[in-house]
Design a protein around this ligand. Structure first.
Ligand code: NAP
Length: 326
């Protein structure tokens, strides 16, 4: 069995396989997280945007109270949403989110996107995601990444987060942060699956010892279930589970196509955070470190690359495209 954690530049260990909380309903999140811990999950990937941090924290606290795990064995990741990039707002949001989880500290705090939106008071906001009102307004703000990063470092100084990192960043802004970071850039979380391999970006991170985490490892599967503006790119594409090469490899190792997709990442030291609202699939997704594919097989999966990105605000925001991946 291969190593099940990666060492972050902060010195902390992060599990290589975790559980993603996007689209886990608030109503069932505590129960789902509790059962995920029972199945062996130790990392939970949340965000302000997912609106279930409090419930996820409840599930973890219940598992700790029942003696299933200790706080130290659990690793929680959460993310700073785009409306809170200004220096004072970063600390305020980190405190607020830390309180929601109710676990004393955040293991990893990520800047969710490399773009700032105008502030909305979290106490009165109605829409968790990009939209700021009923009309679907999205207003950017002029906040340099450096200001936000330095405020995130203060979140570490204040003992609220143990490690910090970024998500949805490209090489240029990573190189830039590395020139002034006082606390290490520990992790980069990106959309990463065989239709969007981004091998150069993964290299940039790994050459700089930044741990890469893949999100949406199953590619189109997570997006077909969304409203039209988000699913448009996904709905006519063959599911990765159904591609010939993934199916053949799955058969050879007697595993499922989902397990092949997750192993394709972890075998290259890229962490994964699959989400499932189904107990059997959730257990299946954790059981992926027990087989090793050949480098030819890994290469044949990577050859499915189409540069196809599903999570792109430059595409799905109709009134205000934010072309961060241009
Ligand atoms: P994902 O984990 O790639 O896919 C989830 C979809 O696959 C759901 O439809 C799920 O359905 C299905 N599924 C799960 N396990 C399966 C299996 N073994 N076989 C077949 N289908 C399976 O997608 P994701 O939720 O987009 O990404 C994972 C996590 O990454 C998120 O939850 C979130 O924590 C994080 N994320 C981060 C960002 C970011 O901007 N940083 C963006 C997107 C996601 P069921 O639930 O019915 O099983």
């Amino acid at each position: 069995m291969s190593k099940s954690t990666v060492t972050l530049p902060s010195g902390k260990e992060m599990p290589l396989v975790g559980f993603g909380l996007w689209k886990v309903p608030k109503e069932t999140a505590a129960y789902t997280v509790y059962n995920a811990i029972k199945s062996g999950y130790r990392l939970f990937d949340g965000a302000y945007d997912y609106q279930n941090e409090k419930e996820a924290g409840e599930g973890i606290r219940r598992a700790i109270a029942d003696g299933l795990v200790t706080r130290e064995e659990i690793f929680i990741t959460t993310k700073l949403w785009n409306n809170y990039h200004r220096r004072g707002h970063v600390l305020e949001m980190a405190r607020r989110q830390n309180e929601s989880w109710g676990l004393g500290y955040i293991d990893l705090f990520l800047m969710h996107f490399p773009c700032a939106l105008k502030y909305i008071d979290p106490a009165i906001r109605q829409y968790p995601a990009w939209w700021m009102d009923d009309a679907g307004t999205v207003q950017t703000d002029k906040v340099p990444i450096r200001e936000t990063w330095e405020a995130m470092e203060e979140v570490v100084d204040n003992g609220i987060a143990r490690s910090i990192g970024v998500s949805n960043f490209q090489a240029q802004s990573i190189y830039d942060i590395l020139t002034y970071a006082r606390h290490p850039l520990s992790s980069l979380q990106i959309e990463h699956h065989p239709y969007l391999v981004q091998s150069e970006l993964v290299k940039v991170a790994q050459e700089n010892r930044i741990a890469v985490t893949a999100y949406s490892s199953f590619g189109p599967q997570s997006f077909v279930e969304l409203p039209a503006q988000f699913s448009a790119k996904a709905k006519d594409i063959q599911l990765l589970f159904d591609t010939e090469c993934v199916r053949v490899i799955a058969k050879k190792y007697n595993v499922t196509p989902a397990q092949v997709l997750l192993r394709w990442a972890t075998q290259r030291n890229v962490a994964v955070i699959p989400k499932s609202n189904n107990q059997a699939r959730l257990a299946e997704n954790l059981d992926i470190l027990g087989f090793d594919m050949t480098s030819e097989e890994i290469g044949s999966i990577s050859a499915l690359d189409k540069g196809l990105r599903f999570n792109d605000p430059g595409y799905y925001l109709p009134n205000h495209q934010i072309r961060i991946f241009a």
